[in-house]
Design a protein around this ligand. Sequence first.
Ligand SMILES: [Zn+2]
Length: 367
Amino acid sequence: MGISVEPVDKERKKFDKTLDEVFAEEPESYVYKRPELPDKNRVSSMVLNRKLNPFPFARILWVTEEARNYWLPKIEAASNAFHRLESLTVLYGVRRVFTTHFRPEELVSGFSTLDRMGLVFYPLHQVGSYQGFAHYHPPVEPGKPWTYYGVVGKLEDARAFAEATRTGDHETMGELLGYPPCCTEAFNLVWRSGYIDPIWQAGEASYAESPESFELYDLDSRIMRLKPIPESLAVLRYIGIRMVSHIPHSLTCRASLKVAEFFREVAKEEGLYYGALEYSDEILRWNIEWSVLHGIAEVKTPVFKVSTNSTPTYQKYTVQLVGEIPPEEVKYSASALVFPYTPSKVRKLTEHPAFLKFEEVVGGEGD
Ligand SMILES: [Zn+2]
């Protein structure tokens, strides 16, 4: 919450183009392809339980104490780095605005901090404070803490975002935030249909555009397994592990890869990559299983499990993400959990990421 104070006098490189300009150059490359479902009127195969309204929470459980001591500081460093990148990417001219919350008592110092960066905060709503992870803005309750939710950017951009919010122009809001057009379009469609944590839906969109990434896609058994693009994974954003601010439209979204490249570059410029954001890059390359049931999502990795509020469903839906980093290479990993944390077949040396990297450098024969 709030804005980190970034040094203003620092000489900063400015990017030539904002992300919305990059996406506008090749609009045909960033089109959302709707999944093909047995019922053409549906947005997703997932059946919602509209009677449930899960309360925001997020909890992390570790396989061992050693794993926690080793990984928790890394997760916190990565999460803090990403939080700072939200504002830094605006300072670097990667995108025009970002949204944030201000506690009323932070306003005075926050405004002057932003002013020194040439930015303003434009408040949009008052929202109730919450613990954990909210997929919506909780209402303000009398006598309970609340914050201002709003947008930060140059005055004209913040004003444009406020205007787009008033008129419900999600396309313009997405552009100003530097979100890929495919992701903005998909998010508005699935969100409005009640899929407030649209990971299963991102999987359905992936199958529509790159079925070759899938080992398993079974809508009847509600399970899928695929090789994702790590940068397009929003499955650990609940604990701040992410490479992009938006929820990618698919688990193989190429536009999100582009966004992540910009964020990574800013992180390197600011000394926030090594020892910080690099752990997000690593963790998102592990085997990860995301599942949801009765409005609770569980995200399992080789060393920890996150439980959080999510889309309310009657049945369990499971997305298994096959990572580039084999579980035995994850420090302090537990070996025998449910999802193939130990690979089902022994990986050939030539398929090993380190080998592929080597081949890339020396210029192997290719495949
Ligand atoms: Zn996308």
